[in-house]
Ligand binder design. Structure first.
Ligand code: SAH
Length: 208
């Protein structure tokens, strides 16, 4: 039971804002039609893994003694860094939902009248929402003084990210073709890109 520790309280406040943001945008999307939805067993399994690292592990740590043997001391500087990372990541999480608007979905989907969002936090980064989730995972590791609950979100999100991103980019290329390919050249996946990459030829040049 660690919910009374100061850095755990900071984490819990951040967590409520995180879940509240998700819930708010989920409500806004009710009734928005999808024209394509890609959800298979791998995605469902990986999403369940994310829930266990993001929700189950912190809840067990905060409200039960089961993980107590894995507790470690938490220097104030580490906790304070966690609070800063949490605040920045929550801002990015909120902005990316706001700017993706009706294009957003928990699973891979193409909405009716879907368009490529290239503005705001999407101008230089293709996956700011996933960057924010990694950030919240880093904040969890810094704020929860426990070797299991701390890194659980980061460890559980990494496999979904690695499987999801190539699939998501392939889906976007299938629907938007060169417009999305061009957007890929202008942006980084998780970190901003400030110069445009040159396209790599997709097929070798014809023989002379
Ligand atoms: N990967 C993005 C979006 C996550 S939500 C991020 O991390 O910010 C997942 C959905 O967003 C996918 O189903 C895809 O259809 C849609 N999507 C991803 N990038 C998009 C973009 N730049 N414009 C419009 N829709 C996008």
């Amino acid at each position: 039971m660690n919910i009374t520790e100061p850095w755990s309280i900071v984490f819990a406040v951040g967590f409520v804002l995180y879940a509240g943001t998700r819930h708010h945008f989920e409500q806004k999307l009710k009734g928005v039609e999808s024209v394509e939805r890609n959800l298979d067993g791998i995605e469902v399994t990986l999403l369940a893994l994310v829930l266990s690292g993001n929700i189950l592990a912190p809840v067990v740590y905060l409200f039960s003694p089961w993980f107590d043997r894995f507790d470690h001391p938490l220097p104030h500087l580490v906790g304070a860094s966690g609070a800063v990372v949490m605040a920045g990541s929550l801002w990015l999480f909120f902005r990316s939902h706001l700017e993706l608007d009706r294009q957003w979905s928990v699973t891979l989907e193409i909405r009716k009248d879907h368009r490529i969002v290239r503005e705001g936090v999407y101008r230089r980064v293709r996956h700011p929402m996933y960057a924010a989730v990694f950030g919240i995972g880093i904040a969890q590791a810094l704020l929860l003084s426990n070797w299991v609950a701390g890194p659980a979100a980061l460890i559980s999100f990494a496999p979904l990210y690695l499987v999801r991103v190539p699939r998501e980019e392939a889906l976007m290329v299938a629907h938007f073709g060169d417009d999305y390919r061009d957007y890929m050249l202008e942006t980084g996946r998780l970190f901003p890109r400030f110069t445009k990459r040159r396209p790599t030829p997709s097929s070798p040049p014809p023989p002379a």
